[in-house]
Every structure is written in structure tokens, then in C-alpha cells.
Design a protein around this ligand. Structure first.
Ligand code: SAM
Ligand code: SF4
Length: 679
């Protein structure tokens, strides 16, 4: 008898730098093989690459497909729908079951909109799919008694069966179970990334979040033998990058031990090279100990602080509580004292936020002593997150747009038309009762300004000096700088472009938030707005600093060494005019090197005296690279091409990816005092 076939489809996001090994497939298949009739179904090789549906389905053209399982996320929903449609057209009797966080089964028209989907599996799919397969193995197509499903009711509306059974025991490694198939993939010697889990679930219920459909649930931990087995397998098989899918790594006491285990295996096998993970928001001591472990070996050189917003009322409106700002500051200080670069995650457009509050949020981070890489996400409305509920949408009078979005919006985007099907389409909140669409444009523009000028340290040192020595709050300083961007002709033109860009983003369904640098036509990609602004400023560097200097000196006439810090800031920005073989020297009349060393990690209220006067002194710059450590380190080498090529190389090394003082400003600075004559 010909065996029935099961095809699992879990296409990667279009913008992952390397494909992820198909993981959901191995979880589902391993579970079935351990609990069901192993020989009854033939599991076809899974779909996991990102390509057109026609290309993805090509290998299966000859045979029939009896069960199609779709693992649906925002990044593959369009492709999955098209795949389901095509499979159903060729195999009308196939059962199509959609799982993952994305299917919007709360929409009463869901099955009318997606007639090619027979049922939706909610939450973890192992037991649910196994029950469906068991029914099919007995030629039974009645699924109403299978828990964890939503099926079309008499009127076509989704009707959910009983609660799903979710696994509580995780005692074997699907990677090991399915190593025969993975071995074939890995023998190609291509680079693969992989998903790794050590627990499932998150006890919190932040409105925006739908992490693995497992929020608002207790944390279900994997057996340590499973954790070790998965990790050993992944390291031995030379997986380059691991994405740890735990919602809050560090939430469990044992997580520090797991971090050490990862380091030990990495030392033994040389892999994984990199790890990305999301740290627990409410266990700062453990989160920092883990960050130190990962930074020590370089497997994850930065630490992400998941802040979302600094205002407790805005957080409350999105059902989130953070640790207090005092504790956040302690955590930031501890990270900085270990020289672990910090990324901060914040969300632009939380219902309840306002333009004013958003400006306070970004400048609060500066007041906390955190100056680098504010990772500003647009608020994605995920259909099964609490924010997707009608009551939430009505209460906040939410307005949304659907746009192409990216896993990491900081990445450059290759020029050329976007493939709407293969790229992620996300629903973004751009209007609520507390802010208008115009406010949203202003919020996005202000965030761009802060990220370009402060995070990328074009004006950060000036801001720090005025804050620590002249008590000018960061909010006031960037408010003044924003005014400068509205008044000064040069900066005004950039601000105008940014505003129209975000307005266009609101109205044009094909827009992305990436921008083209028209002065550099050879640049093969577009940049996110903050990096675009960095490039604009640097292309007209002297003119910008001259105008800004005049303006600031007028704003702050009593700041004794303002002109001097402006000059210092200007001299330490890395530009393509720098020749690393020669280094450079510039004059200073204050010891800014020592001053900024002392300023490191200070909160806004930790005062610092004026720098020591050093008339006639000079600073020698000898930097050969930029960036903190590990993969952030980039050579200050612009190649041998012409002017435009040098700019292109500079963008590649100094503008893309993480921005920080170590990335954008010279760090190897030596002060030479003037020789004082005795005569
Ligand atoms: C999955 S979250 C979880 C991290 C961690 N558990 C926490 O409590 O923040 C990782 C980051 O993605 C961002 N994020 C998650 N869901 C989002 C959404 N719907 N819209 C915008 N950003 C989101 C948040 O900034 C968050 O810090
Ligand atoms: S944002 Fe983090 S803490 Fe909040 S529900 Fe999502 S995973 Fe849990």
C-alpha cells in the first residue's frame, strides 16, 4: 500500500543571512515517530528555504500530498497561503493544517478568506498534529474531538475544539532524532543557522507580544539532558549562528549554567560562532552574569536591554511592567563597567504614548547613562497578541498600515523592486487615541535624529559635556538640536526629506523605511533613515559642524568649553579622509580624553567638572579598526578606489550594523601636552 505523505512547510524570512535548519518539522516528525505509527506516513523533506511558492513546491510535483502542515509567522504568511492554495488545487483531498502564531483564527471570516486551509492548530503543535494523523491513519476525517484545533463551523466561522494538549516533558533531542536528514543538508558545507530552545512559555502578557503563541503561560523547562544533547549536536555539526528561542533567557536559575555549557561546547568545537537571544527583563543580576559569560567568549558580544518604553503609564497601557529605573540604571552600569556594549529595544507607537512622552523616553535612556544603539521597532500588530483583540483596538482607536518589514530593520536593503510575496508584510500601528499619524511621523523623525546624532556619536560628546558639566538635560539639548534641524538651511533640507519619507511610508503601500543615498549612486543598497542621516551629515561635514557650532554657542553662551568640545567631537568622528597608515593629530585646549574616560557610564545627574585646560596640546590618533569586539570589529580601510568607492567602503565598515562611540569615533587617542619653555 502506498503510504500517505506529510509535508511540513516552514519557509525562512527572506532577509535571514543564511537559512535556518527546519526545526518545526523535526519537532513534529520526532514526536510522531515516538508516539504514533512510525511507518504509516511518509514524511517528505520539509520546505524551509525562502523562494517563490512554485520553486518551493517543484520537488513535490510528481507525488501526492496528503497532509500539509504550515508553520506560519509574519515573515512567511503570504508564501504559506500560496503554497496551501497550490497544494489544495492539485490534491483536493489533502488536509491542510496551519499552525504557528500567525493564522488569525479569531477572525470569523478566516476560513472564507483562506478556503485552502482546513484547520488551524493553536499553540504547540506536537500533540495536535499527532492526533490528526492518528485519525487519518484510521481513515477518520472527523476532527471535532481533537483538542487544540479551530475548524470551520456550520456557517464557516472558526469553531475551536477543546484546549490543546501541550508537551510538558522535553526529554529527547529532535536534532539527534533527525540527524540523518540534517546530515544530508550539512554535507553541502553551506552555512546554516539553527533555532535552539531550553524552555517554552512566558508568564507575562505584554499586549504587543505573541512569542511562540506561548505568552501568559508557565515556563515549561526542557530536561537538562535534552538541552545538552541539542547543544552538543548543534556545536558538533558546526552551526554558525544559534537563535535561542526562549522568551526570557535568564528567567531560570539554571540558565547561567546553560550559558557556561554553551561556552564549553564552543571551546571544544569552535561552534556556534554567534548566538542571539532575548534576556529576561526582570532578573537583572542573572541576566548580567549571563551577558558576561557570552561576552567573555565573544559568542554574543552585546547585551540587549528590553525596555520598550521608560514611562510606567505607557508600559501599563501595553500591560507591561519593567524593573524600576533605578534597577535599570544599576544593570546598565554593571554592563558598562564590564565594557559590554548595550543595545536597547524600544517600541515606537505604543498605544498610550505621545510625541512628548516618546522624546522623554529616548532622552531618559541618555539620562540613565545609556547612549548606544536604540533599537526602535515599529509596533507590529500581531493577530493573536492581546493587542489584536477587538477590545484593545477599539479602546485605543488603533489605526494601522500594512508594509513590507524586516527582521532587522537596521540592515541595508538591496536596491530594486521588493517581492511582496517573499518579503514580510507586517501590520504596523501608526495612530491611536493618544497620538495622530502626524505625531507618528514626528516620533519617527525624532528617533532618526537621536539615533544618527547621538547613538552614532556625531553630537553625543557635546550632549554629554553639556549634561554633566552644565546640567543641560538631554531632552533640552536634543530639543534645541531639533530646532536647529528646522532652522538651518542645510539640516532643514534633511529634516524635510525625513519627514516626507515617513509621510510617504504612511501613504504608499509599496514603501519601505529604507532610503537611497542619491549622492552615491554606486551604493548597491538603501539605508535605514538613521544611517542615511549619518551619511548625509558626513558628506557635508564641515558645513554641518560650522553651522551647528554657531547655533549651539548662541544657545549655551555660559558653557565655557563648548567650542572646544565641538572641535573635539568633530575631530574624533571617523571619516573616509582618515588614512590609518598615517593616523592623525589635532589640537586641543582641554584634556577631553580624560574627561570622556571619566564620563563613561555616568547618569545625567552624576556631575563632572570642566576638563583640565591643556593649552597648546595635541591628540594623536592611531586607530586601525573600529567597533568593540568580535564581529563588530571592522578595518578602517577604504581600499584603493576613487572618492565614491572610499565612501562606499566607509559605509560598509563604519555605518552599517551597530552604531556606537567605539564604532563611529576614534578610540586610540593619546594626549601630547605642549612643551613648556623655561625661558
Ligand atoms: C520577543 S521580544 C521579547 C523580549 C523579552 N522577553 C522582553 O520582555 O522584552 C524581543 C523584542 O522584540 C520587540 N517586539 C516584540 N513584539 C513586538 C511587536 N509586536 N511590535 C514591535 N516590537 C516587538 C520588542 O522590542 C522586544 O524587546
Ligand atoms: S515581551 Fe517578553 S515578557 Fe512580554 S510577553 Fe513577550 S516574551 Fe513575555
Amino acid at each position: 500500500m502506498q503510504r500517505k505523505t506529510v509535508l511540513i512547510s516552514e519557509p525562512n524570512a527572506a532577509d535571514t543571512p543564511a537559512p535556518f535548519l527546519p526545526y518545526i518539522w523535526s519537532i513534529l516528525k520526532s514526536h510522531w515517530e515516538r508516539h504514533g505509527d512510525r511507518d504509516y506516513f511518509q514524511w517528505l523533506d520539509p520546505i524551509f528555504q525562502n523562494d517563490t511558492p512554485a520553486a518551493l513546491l517543484r520537488p513535490y510535483q510528481q507525488g501526492s500530498i496528503d497532509v500539509l502542515g504550515l508553520s506560519c509567522y509574519t515573515w512567511n504568511w503570504q508564501i504559506q497561503c500560496e503554497i496551501a492554495q497550490r497544494v489544495k488545487a492539485r490534491n483536493p483531498n489533502a488536509i491542510v493544517i496551519a499552525g504557528g502564531p500567525h493564522p488569525d483564527y479569531k477572525d470569523r471570516h478566516f476560513f472564507r478568506k483562506h478556503p485552502y486551509i482546513d484547520m488551524v492548530a493553536v499553540k504547540d503543535g506536537e500533540f495536535t498534529l499527532a492526533s490528526v494523523l492518528s485519525r487519518l491513519a484510521e481513515n477518520d476525517r472527523e476532527f471535532s474531538s481533537v483538542g487544540g484545533l479551530c475548524v470551520p463551523g456550520p456557517e464557516g466561522e472558526p469553531v475551536c475544539t477543546s484546549a490543546p494538549i501541550v508537551p510538558n516533558i522535553f526529554d529527547y533531542s529532535p536534532y539527534q532524532d533527525q540527524s540523518a536528514y540534517y546530515g544530508q543538508l550539512l554535507r553541502s558545507n553551506k552555512v546554516f543557522h539553527a533555532t535552539w530552545e531550553t524552555n517554552r512559555g512566558c508568564p507575562f502578557s505584554c499586549s504587543f507580544c505573541d512569542w511562540g503563541s506561548s505568552t501568559m503561560s508557565k515556563v515549561r523547562r526542557f530536561d537538562m539532558q535534552r538541552v545538552e544533547a541539542d547543544l552538543e549536536w548543534l556545536a558538533r555539526n558546526r552551526i554558525v549562528m544559534l537563535f535561542l528561542a526562549d522568551a526570557n533567557f535568564g528567567i531560570l536559575e539554571r540558565d547561567l549554567e546553560i550559558a557556561r555549557l554553551l561556552n564549553r561546547l564552543r571551546q571544544k568545537y569552535g561552534y556556534p560562532k554567534y548566538l542571539t537571544y532575548t534576556a529576561s527583563k526582570n532578573h537583572p543580576e542573572r541576566a548580567i552574569a549571563i551577558a558576561r559569560e557570552f561576552a567573555r567568549t565573544g559568542v554574543c558580544p552585546t547585551h540587549s536591554l528590553s525596555v520598550q518604553h521608560t514611562d510606567t503609564e505607557v508600559l501599563a497601557a501595553t500591560a507591561r511592567t519593567n524593573i524600576s529605573s533605578v534597577k535599570q540604571i544599576e544593570a546598565a552600569k554593571a554592563l558598562m563597567s564590564s565594557r559590554i556594549p548595550i543595545d536597547v529595544q524600544v517600541i515606537l507607537g505604543i498605544p498610550g504614548d505621545t510625541l512628548e512622552q516618546w522624546k522623554i523616553c529616548l532622552t531618559d535612556l541618555m539620562e540613565w547613562g545609556i547612549h548606544e544603539e536604540y533599537y526602535t521597532f515599529f509596533y507590529h500588530l500581531l493577530p493573536n497578541a492581546p493587542a489584536g483583540e477587538k477590545s484593545f483596538l477599539d479602546r485605543w482607536q488603533v489605526g494601522t498600515i500594512e508594509r513590507t518589514t524586516f527582521s532587522d530593520p537596521r540592515q541595508p536593503l538591496e536596491k530594486g523592486p521588493l517581492d511582496r510575496l517573499r518579503n514580510t508584510r507586517g501590520r504596523l500601528i501608526v495612530e491611536t487615541k493618544s497620538y495622530s499619524r502626524e505625531d507618528w511621523v514626528e516620533m519617527a523623525t525624532f528617533a532618526t535624529l537621536v539615533k544618527a546624532l547621538h547613538n552614532a556619536s556625531l553630537t553625543r560628546l557635546i550632549a554629554v559635556y553639556l549634561r554633566l558639566t552644565h546640567a543641560v538635560p538631554y531632552k533640552k539639548f536634543y530639543g534645541d538640536v531639533e530646532q536647529f534641524f528646522m532652522k538651518c538651511a542645510l539640516a532643514q533640507s534633511w529634516y524635510g526629506v525625513l519627514r516626507s519619507h515617513f509621510q510617504d511610508f504612511l501613504h504608499n503601500t509599496d514603501a519601505t523605511d529604507h532610503m537611497e543615498v542619491s549622492q552615491l549612486p554606486k551604493l548597491p543598497y538603501m539605508l535605514d533613515p538613521a544611517r542615511w542621516l549619518v551619511v548625509q551629515v558626513c558628506l557635508q561635514f564641515d558645513e554641518f559642524f560650522d553651522a551647528l557650532g554657531d547655533y549651539l554657542v548662541e544657545c549655551y553662551p555660559s558653557a565655557t568649553n563648548l567650542a572646544s568640545v565641538l572641535d573635539f567631537q568633530k575631530n574624533v568622528v571617523i571619516l573616509p579622509s582618515y588614512a590609518r597608515s598615517k593616523g592623525k593629530m589635532f589640537h586641543v585646549d582641554c584634556d577631553w580624553v580624560q574627561y570622556f574616560d571619566q564620563a563613561w557610564g555616568r547618569t545625567g545627574t552624576e556631575r563632572l567638572d570642566e576638563p583640565t585646560a591643556t593649552p597648546g596640546a595635541a591628540v594623536e590618533v592611531t586607530d586601525q579598526t573600529c567597533g568593540e569586539q568580535s564581529y563588530f570589529v571592522q578595518p578602517l580601510d577604504w581600499g584603493n578606489g576613487g572618492r565614491e568607492d572610499r565612501w562606499l567602503q566607509w559605509i560598509k565598515h563604519c555605518v552599517l550594523h551597530r552604531n556606537s562611540v567605539a564604532k563611529n569615533n576614534f578610540q586610540h587617542l593619546r594626549l601630547h601636552l605642549a612643551m613648556v619653555s623655561n625661558e
